[in-house]
Design a protein around this ligand. Sequence first.
Ligand code: PGA
Length: 256
Amino acid sequence: MNRIPVVAGNWKMNKTPAEAAELARALVSAVGGLLGVEVVLCPPFVSLHVVGEIVKGTRIGLGAQNLHWEKSGAFTGEVSAPMLAGWCAHVIVGHSERRQYFGETDQTVNKKAKAALAHKLTPIICVGETLSEYEAGETSEVVTRQVWQAYADLNRDEAERTLIAYEPVWAIGTGKAATGVGANAVIGLNIRGIIADLFGSATADGLRVLYGGSVTPANIVEFMAQPDIDGGLVGGASLKAPDFEAIVKAAAQAKA
Ligand code: PGA
């Protein structure tokens, strides 16, 4: 199965719109025409417009970092799928920081994924175990449950329109990335394996699964060398144009 790599930059709560524009311009000149990889920039909501204008007509795509599952209503501070649909094509769903600090659960992740799909957005569904779950040997169980519940009631067509990111929480922003082999094992067994159980092996083979957690220009090659890893969800290193450029180019090269 020939899966085109994806590298998504999760800018988190960083950069003013002016700073976001500057970074986007640097990335357009660095990788805006690169073939063999899909690049998605996920700035804060307030910068979607300005970054969208800058990447328009290039090969770089745009994503949001979150959404609400309702279409509209009395949900102060929230943004819905139909609102995003005019702006971007991707949206991160269930990032561990959303789960940890904003009370997101497997159930809300499922509702958000469905809302995104209903409005033709590609959800980047995040899963991954915490440090204590990792230390207790519960990785398999946790990731299996998260995948199972995120995809509850989705049909095969919908499942095929998703991306998954495996992000061990202990590796996010810590500088302690997983090993390529370790991440590949979880992705093969507990992500692709569960998707195969739910939707069949053709869907599982076609699904693109990213690794996230302290991805750098130095370690991306190790991750991309793994058979079940199709790209990266990059936080810290996505804020520095030269680092993100190097990661994107390495990802394109790895599966060329
Ligand atoms: P990091 O973040 O690359 O800074 O570890 C990754 C993420 O949270 O998506």
